[in-house]
Ligand binder design. Structure first.
Ligand SMILES: Nc1nc2c(ncn2[C@@H]2O[C@H](COP(=O)(O)OP(=O)(O)OP(=O)(O)O)[C@@H](O)[C@H]2O)c(=O)[nH]1
Ligand SMILES: [Mg+2]
Length: 446
């Protein structure tokens, strides 16, 4: 295993040509490398405009050099930033020179991983850096910044502090009391229990909203042939992604397109129309459609308002399905109303005229659980939500036990369990096996 103090280097700016490119170096050899490249003594945290020299003293490039001295740097180690010209060849030359002076190429996310190990940021903050770089909408970027700056972690910490305080109180009460105590009879404790569950609710709402902004929502459009599924996909995407014809059975492949609605990435999948057929290609299309339906977050069944036929779909629960009537331009209002009732349809649209598409977008956002009213969203990952849910469940369990006054030691244990679940998010507890997976998904130089 490499020592944590070996020196790593990477081109920290994106590939391709740009005005400026940065080579970043972190580790114990920073001072040697800085001297080797600039032949100057560098004042920490000062921008020096200098020549970058190769091993023969020839100028490779010139630019700004900044040296950070441990622990006052991003990684918490000695760090050097060489800001040269942003061409791939020149940056590679500079990197090679740095490697020659003893550094090795950094692995993806290794700078952030070092920052985590040196307590410069916790795991949720480190993940937020990667999510900020990857964010696909303004809303996602804003939420990522919030998490990166530690607001998500601070909220977790607030809850954790209360969990610890409750545990301490409980343990002390158990130790010092001879007779049975009615824990929740303590009015103050009852209020604290309510507040804590409220805080959990707020944390979960903000994190779930953030997870949607990060991971998006998968909608599969399904229905009988010719209902207008591909036309609807095209309307939503605003282009001609899918082939549309009046021949039933046009779509055979599963076709996915990504759109963004109010900052939420929506992955929309168009599928082959479902009907009885002998056509081998079409049958394969229907098999693929069925597979896509099974893995969807939501299945939007499209019905042709003129000839509505409910397709035969695999078993799905009611929350996962909604019915949209298409071709509203072909039937009158009262027919639409009747059909809406008959098929329990949420809304009607016309993929041809574009009528009611705003309502469809709202409908999808609602299905995705997007709530514009939620403020202070934290960009989060599935693992965060899972951990919060586990912690909330344990906390509820603890209060239930106290309510019926059985085995307060088990309630204390539940609270400890809740605390540990939350600490997995910030990386304070038992995350060794997670770290490799998390940091390897970062880009190089971060
Ligand atoms: N009048 C009208 N025609 C529509 C509307 N939506 C789709 N169509 C027409 O209906 C026909 C079928 O449309 P598609 O989008 O290919 O239907 P589909 O459900 O994808 O069909 P398959 O891929 O065969 O399952 C085409 O001729 C479309 O132009 C609509 O809202 N109004
Ligand atoms: Mg189609």
């Amino acid at each position: 295993m490499e020592s944590a103090t070996d020196t790593i280097a990477a081109i920290a700016t994106g590939s391709g040509k740009a005005g400026i490119g940065v080579v970043r170096i972190s580790g114990s050899l920073v001072e040697t490398i800085a001297t080797g490249i600039t032949a100057k003594a560098l004042m920490p945290r000062h921008a020096h405009h200098l020549s970058f020299l190769d091993e023969h003293g020839q100028v490779v490039d010139e630019g700004i050099v900044i040296r950070f001295v441990a622990p006052h740097s991003f990684t918490g180690e000695d760090v050097l930033e060489l800001q040269g010209h942003g061409g791939p060849v020149i940056l590679d030359l500079l990197l090679q020179r740095v490697l020659q002076l003893g550094a090795r190429v950094a692995k993806p996310g290794e700078f952030s991983e070092r920052a985590f190990h040196n307590d410069k940021l916790d795991l949720a903050q480190a993940e937020a850096i990667s999510d900020l770089i990857e964010s696909s909408s303004v809303a996602a970027a804003r939420a990522a910044v919030r998490s990166m700056r530690g607001e998500f972690s601070a909220h977790i910490e607030l809850i954790n502090t209360e969990l610890v305080a409750l545990r301490v109180w409980l343990e002390a009460a158990m130790d010092f009391s001879e007779e049975e105590i009615d824990f929740l009879a303590e009015p103050q404790l009852q209020q604290r229990a309510v507040n804590l569950i409220d805080q959990f609710g707020l944390l979960l709402a903000r994190a779930e909203q953030g997870q949607r902004l990060r991971d998006g929502f998968n909608v599969v459009i399904a229905g009988s042939t010719n209902a207008g599924k591909s036309s609807l996909l095209n309307q939503l995407a605003g282009d001609d992604t899918a082939i549309v014809t009046n021949i039933a059975g046009t779509t055979r492949d599963v076709l996915q397109t990504d759109i963004t609605l109010q900052g939420v990435p929506i992955h929309i999948t168009d599928t082959a129309g479902i009907r009885h057929t002998e056509d081998v290609v079409e049958l394969e299309g229907i098999r693929r459609a069925t597979k896509a339906i099974a893995s969807a977050d939501h299945v939007m069944i499209v019905l042709d308002a003129l000839t509505p036929v409910m397709p035969e779909l695999p078993e799905l629960n009611a929350q996962q399905v909604s019915v949209v009537l298409n071709k509203s331009d072909l039937v009158d209002r009262s027919t639409l109303d009747t059909l809406q009732q008959q098929f329990n349809s949420t809304l009607h649209v016309s993929a041809k005229t574009g009528s009611n598409m705003d309502a469809l977008a709202d409908h999808i956002l609602k299905l995705a659980g997007h709530d514009q009213q939620i403020e202070g969203v934290y960009l989060s990952r599935r693992r965060h939500i899972d951990a919060i849910e586990v912690a909330l469940l344990s906390t509820r369990e603890a209060f239930e036990r106290l309510k019926v006054n059985t085995m307060p030691e088990l309630a204390a244990e539940e609270l400890r369990h809740a605390q540990q679940a939350l600490e997995i998010i910030t990386g304070r507890f038992d995350t060794e096996d997670l770290l490799g997976e998390i940091f390897s998904n970062f880009c190089v130089g971060k």
